[in-house]
Design a protein around this ligand. Structure first.
Ligand SMILES: [Zn+2]
Ligand SMILES: [Zn+2]
Length: 428
């Protein structure tokens, strides 16, 4: 019988890599707590309709990439491909639009998309995101951008840049889409096959296309730029945001092709990028989604947020950090010399555990040579042995790994000593 492997497009996160994840999660939580965004944990699966309505029927996500399945009751369920629609679903379901219309939330967890797996793109991947719902002010767009910016900065990522665009509102966007559709219709023969279909169903998506032929079409001087179609209010929104960003010293550039893949975005769209790996990589992307609530059958509720792919950030972090340097090293290695020694060291482990002092416990089926070699490999400063003659006297052996010195001590002396070691480890 062959062994069973993790499904294609999924992977175990383990070994030293986990320390990078802990570090990233810690930075996200620290900023969330600083800006007082509360964590929300929505279900891993939702009704399929939520994403059909909230992400958009014409998007690649809904058309090709969702893990959709009937449950035993015949309901169509989908593993969440993104976090914003579930968050808005929760907001409406709990009646917050009536009881507490302004909320600031963050989430973190696995998402699922059926895509061709490749480096940095998994079928189960992870995102964190921040969402401010009930806020229509451009200053709130700026707060969201600032958080995305600070996460990247606190992780030590360099060469950061910000690209922004405005997609307009229901009024001005309709006009733009009409003109864009006309233009794309005329250019049809120069577009790739994908874009010819998209141009009819979801013309904004065309701007995402990386095909050289399509890029050339976008560069033509006749290409209609969304900025030229903004209504007065959308223009003011954009100007205010730009002003705040300048005051915050966040350098940005306008990218008229930045539209995001999802249908519910309005006005601000943005991406934070880093030049860390040579080419500019997007770390986080988001924007305003004033149409999402209505798309889900709710009343009009403004909102703005961003999501960031954690795998991509982990890859960037792995070039900067030595993962083991982020790990908590055990202070003590507990080496039993015989079976009674195991019992004595487990009692000691109980005291260490209660004080949350990190230690590593081995067992007596291994000899002293094994223990010392392993302790050295782990970089542990002190080995505590129990058993043998000292064990019969109720004593332990304390061995300092750097000097090689060792001496026996009573349990009371040992516990007093542990406290000191802990304090000096904390001070250093
Ligand atoms: Zn407008
Ligand atoms: Zn194309």
């Amino acid at each position: 019988m062959s062994i069973i492997k993790a499904p294609r497009g999924t992977r175990d996160i383990w070994g030293e890599e986990i320390y990078l994840w802990h570090k990233l999660e810690e930075v996200v939580r620290l900023l969330a707590s600083s800006f007082q965004y509360q964590e929300i944990r929505t279900p891993i699966f939702e009704s399929t309709e939520l994403f059909a309505r909230g992400v958009g029927e014409a998007t690649d996500i809904v058309q090709k990439e969702m893990y959709t399945f009937p449950d035993k009751g015949g309901r169509s369920l989908t593993l969440r491909p993104e976090g914003t629609a579930p968050v808005m679903r929760a907001y409406l379901e709990h009646g917050l639009n009536i009881t507490n219309p302004r909320v600031k939330w963050f989430y973190m967890g696995p998402m699922f998309r059926y895509e061709r797996p490749q480096a940095g793109r998994m079928r189960q991947f992870h995102q964190f995101g921040f969402e401010a719902i009930g806020y229509s002010q451009p200053a709130c767009d700026a707060e969201i951008i600032l958080i995305a910016w600070l996460v990247s900065k606190k992780l030590g990522l360099e060469n950061l840049s910000l690209e922004i665009n405005s997609l307009g509102c229901n009024q001005c966007r309709e006009e733009y889409i009409k003109v864009l559709q006309d233009f794309l219709g005329k250019e049809g023969k120069n577009l790739c096959a994908n874009c010819r279909t998209r141009a009819e169903k979801n013309p904004l998506r065309v701007l995402d296309c990386k095909e050289e032929t399509c890029q050339e079409v976008f560069r033509s001087s006749a290409f209609p730029v969304v900025q030229d179609f903004l209504c007065g209010e959308c223009e003011r929104h954009q100007e205010t945001l730009e002003e705040i960003l300048r005051e915050l010293d966040i350098p940005f550039s306008l990218n008229p092709y930045l539209v995001r893949g999802l249908d519910y975005y309005t006005r601000t769209a943005f991406e934070v990028k880093t030049g860390e790996l040579g080419a500019q990589d997007a770390i986080a992307g988001g924007g305003r989604y004033d149409n999402l609530s209505s798309a889900l059958g709710g009343p009009p509720v403004p909102g703005v947020g961003f999501a960031a792919g954690m795998e991509r950030i982990i890859l960037l972090m792995s070039k900067k950090y030595e993962p083991s340097s982020l790990a908590e090293q055990p202070l003590f290695y507990l080496a039993p010399l015989d079976i009674p020694g195991e019992g004595a060291l487990l009692q000691l482990a109980s005291s260490l555990g209660e004080r949350a002092i990190p230690f590593y416990l081995e067992f007596a089926d291994k000899g002293i040579k094994y223990h010392l070699r392993k302790a050295q490999k782990m970089g542990v400063g002190t080995v505590i042995m129990a058993g043998g003659e000292e064990g019969e006297k109720g004593e332990f052996i304390w061995k300092d790994m750097s000097s090689g010195e060792q001496r026996s001590m009573s349990k009371e002396e040992l516990l007093a000593r542990l406290g000191e070691e802990r304090r000096s480890a904390e001070d250093s």
